[in-house]
Design a protein around this ligand. Structure first.
Ligand SMILES: Cc1cc2nc3c(=O)[nH]c(=O)nc-3n(C[C@H](O)[C@H](O)[C@H](O)COP(=O)(O)OP(=O)(O)OC[C@H]3O[C@@H](n4cnc5c(N)ncnc54)[C@H](O)[C@@H]3O)c2cc1C
Length: 398
């Protein structure tokens, strides 16, 4: 194989995980050729913001884009959980987690997805190791002992050392490799929108546990006098579908009730978007010269903001293994390297998917006994600094 003519790594899918993976590998002077079937300008439509934990911020600093993203990013200093589901009968229970409880300045930052994608793509386009193919996708791949061959829908053919699937939950590579998944669907949707509110958010995220799922208000960085936040409202699909189609005035009245007045008067700014909610775990993360990362490998509900943060852990692990292999003059797509990746990441992603599944079930429960247990647990947390600390560390993946 002519190494000059062929990329070392082929990435399929340029969502946020694909972009970050490509950036870190290009930084190692690895040639990376990427395929994305969708017109990349559509990425601007993603209204979501991502609560990134500190390891992700470290990655943005390492790539060298944090200075550009930081002005749009909101530090996440406090996390409040309120149990609202039984308020009429027994009153509210709440707990506030603070970063100083585990000796850190903040839990992370809330970053707009559209800004992050734009900066990552801008950075990559300036890197000579990066080759971008948009509106094209890999339709066939075949792994040899020393390389992997791919063919695209537009008829392009190339070889690389390693194929990385960042294609999201419906990964075509995973399906062609006949790698099964364990999947759970919830009768839930997540609606995402931005709100302006009369009370300052004071860097606080508030998750209100209610029937059907949590209503989470995540602070946004805003230069205007008005305080703004992103809301992720998870609820039964029919409730979300109905709320999605309401006129603004009626919608504002519902979200005012849902938010329990914690941010004062609250009103919708901009559009609403709906996202499906599911859990999925791939039964393995690798096959010959192929790695599944991010949502190709694991999907979890937005509860706990762990999805993309877990993907960043995947990317850091893969990046470290590639760096080590390059240093030792090893083949980055060799079975030995990929087996190490699977060994390291599979148990961790499995337990994360299962943990978030349980958390989501508890947050959406309509079972009276579980609701009382949940409320008592929150009350107990206020009296147990050790348990609080342990939970914060678990949430931060420590
Ligand atoms: C409402 C909501 C809020 C969330 N909030 C948070 C949060 O605060 N913190 C957090 O950590 N996570 C959060 N998540 C999870 C996070 O958004 C996802 O984990 C993340 O977007 C998945 O990124 P990805 O790159 O793996 O997949 P995707 O974003 O799905 O990207 C996959 C890419 O692959 C492309 N593709 C698809 N098929 C092919 C193919 N055959 N060939 C080539 N390319 C293909 C697609 O066009 C797409 O561009 C949230 C999720 C939701 C729904």
């Amino acid at each position: 194989m002519n190494e000059e003519k062929h990329p070392s790594v082929i990435i399929s899918g340029l969502g946020i995980s694909g972009l970050i993976t490509a950036s870190l590998l290009c930084k190692e002077k690895i040639k990376v050729e990427c395929f994305e079937p969708i017109n990349i300008s559509k990425f601007r439509a993603d209204q979501r913001t991502t609560a990134f934990l500190n390891p992700a911020i470290g990655v943005f600093k390492e790539i060298g884009i944090w200075d550009k993203i930081e002005p749009f990013s909101q530090p996440l200093k406090e996390m409040e959980i309120i149990d609202a589901s039984s308020q009429k009968k027994v009153g509210l229970a709440s707990v506030v987690f603070e970063p100083k409880e585990v000796n850190i300045e903040n839990f992370g930052y809330n970053v707009p997805n559209s800004i992050l994608r734009l900066e990552l793509l801008g950075w990559l386009k300036k890197n000579k190791n990066f080759v971008l193919n948009i509106r094209d996708s890999i339709v066939k791949h075949y792994a040899f002992d020393d390389s992997i061959f791919v063919r695209t829908a537009k008829g392009k053919e190339l070889n690389g050392k390693l194929l990385i699937s960042c294609e999201g939950k419906e990964s075509a590579i995973r399906k062609r490799e006949e790698i099964n998944t364990i999947k759970t669907s919830y009768s839930q949707l997540a609606m995402v929108f931005q709100v302006a509110h009369s009370k300052k958010h004071k860097d606080r995220t508030t998750e209100i546990l209610d029937v059907g799922g949590p209503f989470t208000i995540i602070p946004l960085r805003d230069s205007s006098k008005q305080s703004k936040s992103t809301v992720v409202w998870m609820d039964n699909s029919d409730v979300i579908d109905e709320a999605y189609s309401l006129e603004n005035a009626e919608f504002n009245s519902i979200i005012s009730k849902k938010s329990l007045g914690v941010r004062g008067n609250i009103k919708l700014v901009g559009k609403r978007q709906k996202w499906p909610v599911s859990s999925q775990l791939s039964k393995t993360l690798i096959s010959k010269r192929t790695v599944l990362i991010a949502e190709s490998a694991h999907v979890m509900p937005p509860t706990g903001a762990q999805g993309l943060n877990t993907s960043i852990e995947d990317i850091i692990a893969l990046h470290n293994l590639c760096k080590k292999a390059l240093k030792n003059n090893e083949d980055i797509g060799a079975n030995r390297v990929l087996r190490q990746y699977n060994f390291k990441r599979f148990p961790l992603t499995g337990s994360k998917v299962f943990g978030i599944h349980l958390l989501n079930k508890i947050s959406m429960t309509e079972n009276g006994f579980l609701k009382i247990a949940r409320k008592n647990f929150l009350l107990y947390l206020n009296q147990s600094p050790f348990l609080k600390k342990t939970l914060i560390k678990a949430g931060l993946g420590k």
